[in-house]
Design a protein around this ligand. Structure first.
Ligand SMILES: *Cc1c(COP(=O)(O)O)cnc(C)c1O
Length: 364
């Protein structure tokens, strides 16, 4: 039998163990509580995409028997007219781009630096390609210590910075990013998935002109409401582009996703409305919350729910109709936080009510 040999290879020490921790399923919760829940666990756009996206999708249905090609080029052109003439790569979500970048440059044993707590996929993807993860800790106030990152990045081929960071919602200053980009020899992957919700680093792609070891990733899943269509992108150095294209799967993004992304990107008025809604409610919730919230520059808040654990608090919120993300699974974060996305008006109002009920509950 081959199974045992194959299994032994899969259990090799640097293949990692955890895997992605998914949020609780809203369908299951709704079944067990018998009522609809506010889905505030995954940082999605609570309104869905621009109406222009649905038109684009309807018109694209007759083309699904063709491989996508022109669509992706058109999306790249749309990105260039919005952000400047950089080399953009497109993937199945930014996750797809992250995986491809790792596939391009990481060979077994190569070092990849991450700063925890952060988005778990960097580690999962690195370990899947037999890279070796070196983890630096955020400071107690969740800021980044540039010296620690620079030191850890010695001999590393790739360093991930996430700003605004998931799950903390905190940002890294442009000065710190530049200092790190300048001082390390490897590639710097700047994950800017929530960049549109932040006042810090308003035009990140300008940095591409100054550094030739910088990749800046963005996604259509958050502000633009296309999480279900799996499309993300990154600006990469010009010299890196041919290597990326050689390693990438030939047709990474569906026709429908590319057409939807173009329509979403072109409707900046709608994006701006969503952004304004999210930022207003985020700031209001931070101000009104009876529990301490880490100052957020994103479309979610990291809430300190001690003395309970994230799991216990998530249960409390679920029983009251709100699906939140327990942060117990985030490595490098103490187990007394939940992450809550900003929803629609009603959902935010309900969230504030339940935050007050929770604060009363832990007093007792
Ligand atoms: C959501 C997210 C992504 C990527 O999401 P995709 O849906 O794969 O585009 C990347 N980085 C961070 C920090 C995220 O939170």
């Amino acid at each position: 039998m081959k199974r045992d040999t194959l299994l032994r290879a899969l259990y090799a020490p640097n293949r990692g163990s955890g895997g992605y921790a998914f949020a609780q399923s809203p369908e299951e919760l709704e079944k067990s509580f018998g009522k609809p829940v506010a889905r505030l666990a995954s940082n999605e756009n609570p309104f869905g995409p621009s109406p222009a996206v649905f038109d684009a999708l309807k018109h694209s249905l007759s083309d699904v028997h063709r491989y996508p090609d022109q669509e992706v080029k058109q999306f790249q052109n749309a990105l260039r007219s919005l952000y400047g003439s950089y080399s953009f790569v497109i993937g199945a979500g930014m996750d797809g781009v992250i995986e491809t970048v790792i596939r391009v440059i990481i060979e077994p044993g190569d070092k990849v630096v991450i700063i925890e707590p952060t988005f778990s996929f960097y580690k999962i993807a690195t370990e899947a390609y037999h890279g070796s993860v070196c983890s630096v800790s955020l400071r107690d106030d969740f800021s980044v210590d540039p010296e620690a990152v620079i030191q850890a990045s010695q001999g590393a081929k790739l360093t991930f910075l996430c700003t605004p960071n998931n799950p903390t919602g905190t940002t890294i200053s442009q000065e710190t990013i530049e200092k790190i980009a300048e001082s390390i020899d490897g590639l710097l992957f700047l994950d800017n998935a929530y960049g549109e919700f932040s006042e810090v680093l308003l035009t990140p792609f300008d940095l591409m002109k100054k550094y030739d070891n910088l990749v800046i990733g963005r996604t259509m899943s958050k502000l633009y409401g296309l999480a279900g269509l799996r499309i993300g992108y990154a600006a990469v150095p010009d010299w890196f582009l041919p290597f990326y294209e050689k390693a990438a799967t030939p047709f990474a993004v569906p026709v429908l996703s590319a057409r939807a992304a173009i329509a979403a990107l072109l409707d900046q008025k709608y994006a701006q409305e969503v952004r304004t809604h999210i930022m207003r409610w985020r700031d209001y919730i931070m101000q009104e919350s009876p529990l301490s919230i880490v100052p957020s520059s994103s479309n979610f808040c990291l809430i300190d729910i001690s003395p309970k654990t994230g799991e216990e608090a998530a249960q409390f919120f679920a029983e009251r109709g709100i699906l939140v993300r327990s942060c117990d699974s985030f490595s490098g974060l103490e187990p007394h936080y939940i992450r809550v996305s900003i929803g629609r008006d009603m959902e935010c109002e309900r969230l504030l009510e339940v935050l007050h009920a929770y604060a009363e509950d832990i007093k007792r």
